[in-house]
Design a protein around this ligand. Structure first.
Ligand code: NAD
Ligand code: UDP
Length: 311
């Protein structure tokens, strides 16, 4: 099949492109390189089934494809808050343009939505039936509300125009090829630990997250794309929940670092708890994560170590 991956030069997108090529598909990677990196995709450039298009999803484009994975959107709080108006445009205009394309060429489209649609959740763990608790006015809203509207557009194009849509809600995902400068907790803590710098825990570190290794996520994405008659939304994440303080201690132990833990102010609207309920993914996709957090972190630490040694 010919498959379009928007945001294909980013962290998750580049892993997805690799996997699709391995499965024998033709892959078009579309990216504006806002947070993506050519280093993530260089090794695929020699493959004749791989094409790269520098393009911004806020602008329309016509391509002959059978499947679209719509991932284009900065994902880390510092990147999506850098130009918040553009972040909302990317989610909303990007979804409209990609849905318009899907409608025109009759492609199936999968939207990379997020656990952020649940906001600071009052239901725990979060099932797909929970409507969420999002502040419309806060600094995270450009991302959260943009992604919520993108979900709405998916369902409206489905009902109104019969577009074949799929929605996945991705929970915190980590692994090799995360950007070093994106300020997310996994890259921050590992880099700080490897460099012997202070580990910056925001707040008291009592907030929780549940971390999913990227290969598990990609497997779930492919299963969802291939699953007929199911629009989702479906949660994809690893239900193993940890406090951020425990997580900092784990990174120190796994790296053998002598870094100290220091406490910094908690960013506004930082969700207090997050854990996916993955019953629906198990039932509909036969999917659950297989990579234990220690193993995934070992591979991620190895990756950042090699990035640091390469200078
Ligand atoms: P990333 O920042 O590494 O990748 C996003 C990619 O989109 C980058 O390559 C970037 O250059 C590209 N992009 C941004 N704006 C664009 C635009 N206007 N036009 C074209 N390309 C554009 O982030 P990621 O972690 O790989 O996230 C990928 C997707 O998964 C995003 O949609 C994100 O919201 C979603 N997601 C990720 C996580 C996570 O934990 N990583 C969690 C929930 C949802
Ligand atoms: N966090 C932290 N120190 C850091 C970076 C993040 O304590 O150096 C915390 C952050 O406040 C949040 C959690 O780690 O509670 C996850 O943050 P991240 O930015 O990775 O993702 P998100 O908040 O979007 O889940």
């Amino acid at each position: 099949m010919r498959i379009l991956v928007t945001g294909g030069a980013g962290f998750i997108g580049s892993h997805l492109c690799e996997r699709l090529l391995d499965e024998g598909h033709d892959v078009i990677c579309l990216d504006n390189f806002f947070t993506g990196n050519k280093r993530n995709i260089m090794h695929m450039m020699e493959n004749r089934r791989f094409e790269l298009i520098r393009h911004d999803v806020t602008q329309p484009i016509l391509l002959e494809v059978e499947r679209i994975f719509n991932l284009a959107c900065p994902a880390s709080p510092i990147h999506y808050q850098y130009n918040p108006v553009k972040t909302t445009k990317t989610s909303v205009m990007g979804a409209i343009n990609m849905l318009g394309l899907a409608k025109r060429v009759r492609a199936r489209i999968l939207q990379a939505s997020t656990s952020e649609v649940y906001g600071d959740p009052q239901v725990h763990p979060q099932p797909e039936s929970y409507w969420g608790n999002v502040n419309t006015l806060g600094v995270r809203s450009c991302y959260d509300e943009g992604k919520r509207v993108a979900e709405t557009l998916m369902m409206d194009y489905h009902r109104q125009n019969n577009v074949d849509v799929k929605i996945i809600r991705i929970f915190n995902t980590y692994g090799p090829k995360m950007a070093e400068n994106d300020g997310r907790v996994v890259s921050n803590f590992i880099l700080q630990a490897l460099k012997g710098e202070d580990i910056t825990v925001y707040g008291q570190g009592e907030q929780t997250r549940s971390f999913c290794f990227v290969s598990d996520l990609v497997e779930g994405m492919l299963r969802m794309m291939d699953r007929p008659g199911f629009t989702g939304p479906v949660n994809l994440g690893n239900p193993t929940e940890t406090t951020i303080l425990e997580f900092a201690k784990k990174i120190i132990a796994l790296t053998g670092s002598r870094s100290r833990i220091v406490y910094k102010p908690l960013p506004a609207d930082d969700p207090k708890q997050r854990q996916p309920d993955i019953s629906l993914a198990k039932e509909m996709l036969g999917w659950e994560p297989t990579v234990a957090v220690d193993e995934g972190l070992r591979q991620t630490i190895e990756y950042f170590d090699s990035v640091l040694s390469a200078g």
